[in-house]
Design a protein around this ligand. Structure first.
Ligand code: NAP
Length: 264
């Protein structure tokens, strides 16, 4: 029987550790994109529930706004996409690494790659925390990530390498994706393509983590993994209810960590 790798209990445990430290989070947003607005609202609501003050700053001048945020702000999230030609990572250079609670500053990614302390992007860290929570061995296993974005695939590759997995990263130019993914003991789908990973992509008994969040026409949410994979995988994370809640909890927990560090 396939094990469901739920993230709800882990998210609750992470949230339970967020008490007693006053913390302030700022979310800087420059887009009118509805998916982003939904994401910003859900983080604000989650922050309010654990007593973190969350300020949403809407701006057309991202660089200027980031440079003007006060010392009383402990954590900063830059909502994406950022309109225009300049990559979001370029703007994120303006987030001090000590406040970079979603690991968006390329300095944070560099520190992660070098094995130095840094905030990892919350989604990438959520994948690792979900595996650990469900006692899935990472060291020595073949991990395959489908997706090479700066926010998910690349940092996740470093987090898994740091935990001694043998890591492969696939992307849209990878020929015969199924032949590559079938080699994986741990398969992580982070492509943003509903149903991309079918049963043929999965070795029987493999662990499959679904990072994808794809909106459906009826207002729902589906992952990158076809539900039929449940008959083949040894363990599969649900969407919603897998990586998502852990990601949100980690953003809040990083903010409290940043506030505690600032207080010392
Ligand atoms: N649960 C959460 O908390 C959370 C948080 C963040 C993101 N997400 C979700 O995770 C997914 C990925 O997000 P992202 O920001 O990393 O997306 P992204 O920036 O669009 O990157 C997608 C990656 O997938 C690759 N890809 C696309 N189509 C592919 C295909 N047919 N075969 C193989 N690889 C393919 C792309 O390859 P190329 O590089 O070659 O284009 C790219 O590397 C989205 O569904 C997003 O909504 C979830």
């Amino acid at each position: 029987m396939t094990i469901s790798l739920s993230g709800t209990a882990l998210a609750a445990a992470i949230r339970a550790g967020i008490t007693g430290t006053p913390a302030r989070l700022a979310i800087v947003t420059a887009t009118t994109d509805e998916a982003t607005a939904w994401y910003v609202r859900s983080i604000s609501a989650a922050a309010a529930k654990v007593g973190i003050s969350c300020e949403v700053v809407e701006t057309k001048d991202v660089a200027g706004t980031l440079s003007e945020l006060g010392n009383d702000i402990h954590g900063i999230i830059l909502a994406t996409p950022v309109p225009g030609e300049v990559p979001a990572a370029e703007f994120a250079m303006g987030i001090p690494p000590t406040k970079d609670v979603d690991g968006a500053n390329p300095v944070s990614l560099g520190r992660l790659a070098a094995g130095l302390p840094a905030f990892a992007p919350a989604t990438a860290e959520a994948v690792v925390r979900l595996l650990e929570h469900h006692h899935i061995e990472i060291a020595g296993r073949r991990a395959m990530i489908v997706g090479r974005s700066t926010v998910v695939g690349k940092p996740l590759a470093h987090l898994l390498l740091n935990r001694h997995a043998t890591v492969t990263v696939a992307h849209s130019r990878t020929p015969d994706l199924a032949a590559v993914t079938r080699e994986a003991d741990i398969l992580i789908a982070a492509a943003g393509r509903a149903g991309l990973i079918g049963p043929d992509h999965v070795r029987p008994g493999a662990v499959v983590i679904d990072v994808g969040t794809n909106p459906t026409a009826d207002g729902g949410l589906v992952g990158d993994v076809d539900p039929a994979v449940a008959d083949r995988a040894g363990a599969l994370s649900p969407v919603p209810g897998g990586v998502g809640p852990v990601t949100t909890a980690l953003l809040l927990s990083h903010t409290v960590d940043a506030a505690r560090t600032a207080a010392h």
